[in-house]
Ligand binder design. Structure first.
Ligand code: URA
Length: 288
């Protein structure tokens, strides 16, 4: 017997609501059901009008000595180290030569980094995980360090945290392939421990050169305390990083939780969702 139309409609409605709930849970956004939709829309509209593309550096931040001192990278930082023989730019094939001859391109840097021996992690890694994505990306994601799957595949953010990152991006209508993704350090720390200060220092010239090689980044999203400290030059708690817009070498920086942290602390997803929506708004604003 065919179901009455109204019953079919009812079932369809339930199915859609279920789907939506699952999507919101998955995309770090259980928030939607926390408040009345009309209040939510009003709040969003207010936020959109009040967000300036670049807010001043967090006024409540109290700068402390930072793990990673920053300075403009010299080419020699990238191409010369104590021990590692680096291919010179002229030895690289023509198609990977940078459009700006003063700085290596992403492809050149990737090749150079592949043999990096600047720290002890070179002895335990499977391979260097330099970065993935387009050099023309508007949005750059900077995470912490490769984990097991990234070390195995040579691509950042492919494990569970990476899958959550992909969902977070999809929730703001951004495809992973349109973003440039990299980490503060390029080799996996054994047992996925935190990067050591000397590893961050040894690796910093790669990230500095990498960010310089990107052609038109409009926004960097720093995920987790190591990326936030590196890119803001400030060490502080995540709640202090969040909400402000910083600047790294002229590129605005928004800070948020690391996806791996969100997998362990589901209650923080709501805040991360707020941050990721700021990323969306910022990119939209920057197009106007
Ligand atoms: N965590 C990171 O910070 N980066 C990765 O690439 C994977 C997990």
């Amino acid at each position: 017997m065919t179901e009455p139309l109204v019953w079919q409609e009812y079932l369809e409605l339930v199915r859609m609501i279920r789907q939506r709930i699952e999507l919101e849970k998955d995309s770090a956004g259980a928030y939607v059901f926390d408040e009345d939709p009309s209040r939510y829309r009003k709040r969003m509209a207010q936020q959109v009008t009040s967000v300036a593309p670049v807010a001043p550096v967090n006024p409540v931040a109290s700068p402390k000595p930072v793990v990673v001192p920053q300075r403009t990278p010299a080419l020699s930082d990238v191409t010369q180290t104590n021990s590692e023989p680096q291919p010179s730019v002229s030895k690289l094939s023509p198609q990977v030569v940078s459009s700006n001859p003063a700085f290596p391109s992403i492809q050149e840097l990737t090749q150079q980094a592949a043999n990096c021996q600047k720290c002890k992690l070179s002895q335990t890694r499977t391979q260097v995980v330099f970065g993935v994505g387009s050099a023309q990306a508007e949005l750059v994601i900077v995470g912490e360090a490769p984990g097991f799957y990234e070390d195995r595949d040579g691509i950042p953010f492919v494990g569970k945290a990476g899958q959550l990152l992909t969902k977070m991006l999809a929730a703001i209508q951004i495809q992973r392939q349109d973003v440039y993704i990299c980490n503060v350090i390029k080799c996996r720390p054994p047992e996925n421990r935190d990067p050591a200060p000397e590893e961050i220092i040894a690796c910093r010239t790669w990230l500095q050169a990498q960010l310089k090689a990107l052609e038109q980044p409009k926004l960097i999203c720093a995920m987790g305390k190591f990326a936030c400290a590196f890119l803001t030059n400030i060490q502080q708690s995540m709640w202090k990083y969040r909400g402000a817009t910083y600047e790294y070498e002229g590129v605005p920086v928004i800070c948020t939780y690391h996806p791996a942290y969100l997998l362990r602390n589901l209650e923080e997803k709501k805040k991360a969702w707020e941050d990721i929506k700021r990323v969306r708004r910022f990119l939209d604003e920057s197009r106007k």
